[in-house]
Design a protein around this ligand. Structure first.
Ligand SMILES: [Zn+2]
Length: 284
């Protein structure tokens, strides 16, 4: 089965149909979803875990439950780059407490965003480093968001410097979420022990350079994700995205590697479980 390695299941846009949306994911062959816990800021960082527990806890006798009608959910927690002005000691202590929970397998999405004007770059970097320390202490891999200014690699240059110094020694690795950069950044990420996750952007007509990068990467470095509710893949581009549609991205990736969709599903699932040291999951 497929794994959606990055979805914002706590988005208000699922308020009316969250369970039905998760059932559609299961029906589309999605066995596991990583629910990203950033909310609209640190005060909502716990929401992904709450959703994870709500659905994972459905009793065996219920008609739909994880492994029989619903995907298995895991959660992350982190402070998004443009929310790092709120990353005070209380927020960082909350992050540390969340990362101690067994379902919260990753710290993220954290990183650097220089695309939008907002939180000053030095503050983003400093807060990233503090979150890396917390994640290392809890032995949690990280989920990285990195977005440079158009036509630049500024955020990537800074990010990779930070990770070389502060993350490589931990050996914990992580995920480059919604990867959108070039071959050099992809290679440096692999050198750091990261997996490269592709979103629906891979299906967009203008993404030919990105498809060329994806085609060159080894199968054991790949993941797929939706970043739902954003970035719906073709043929649903522009609509509210949901985990079921990760299958479109997986199909594109399979085509680039001339392997079957089943093989891409098996490889990306294996990579996810390896990174997080999880046992063979539901449907595997
Ligand atoms: Zn995201």
């Amino acid at each position: 089965m497929l794994i959606d390695s990055h979805a914002h299941l706590d988005s208000e846009r699922y308020a009316d149909d969250r369970e039905a949306m998760l059932r559609r994911a299961w029906e589309a062959g999605v066995g596991t979803v990583l629910s990203i816990g950033i909310g609209e800021g640190p005060s909502q960082m716990h929401q992904a875990l709450d959703i994870c527990r709500q659905f994972n806890a459905l009793p065996p006798e219920s008609e739909f439950r994880p492994g029989a009608g619903l995907p298995q959910l895991y959660a992350s927690a982190g402070i998004y780059p443009h929310n790092t002005h709120e990353a005070d000691n209380a927020a960082l202590a909350k992050l540390d407490r969340l990362l101690a929970e067994p379902e919260v397998i990753a710290c993220g999405e954290i990183g650097l965003d220089y695309y939008y004007e907002g939180t000053p770059h030095p503050m983003q970097r400093e807060s990233l480093i503090r979150q890396l320390e917390i994640a290392a202490n809890r032995k949690r891999p990280i989920v990285i968001h990195c977005r440079p200014k158009d036509g630049a690699t500024d955020a990537w240059d800074d990010l990779l410097d930070v990770l070389e110094k502060h993350w490589r020694p931990t050996g914990l690795g992580g995920i480059m979420h919604c990867f959108g950069s070039g071959w050099e950044q992809a290679q440096r990420s692999l050198d750091l022990g990261f997996l490269i996750s592709f979103s629906g952007v891979l299906t967009f007509p203008k993404a030919q350079p990105l498809r060329e990068v994806a085609a060159r990467l080894p199968l054991d470095s790949l993941l797929v994700e939706t970043d739902a509710p954003w970035l719906a893949p073709v043929p649903n581009r522009g609509k509210r995205n949901e985990p079921a549609w990760v299958s479109h991205t997986a199909r594109t990736l399979a085509g680039l590697h001339t392997v079957s969709e089943q093989e891409i599903a098996a490889e990306t699932t294996k990579n996810f479980f390896r990174l997080f040291h999880l046992g063979a999951g539901v449907g595997n």
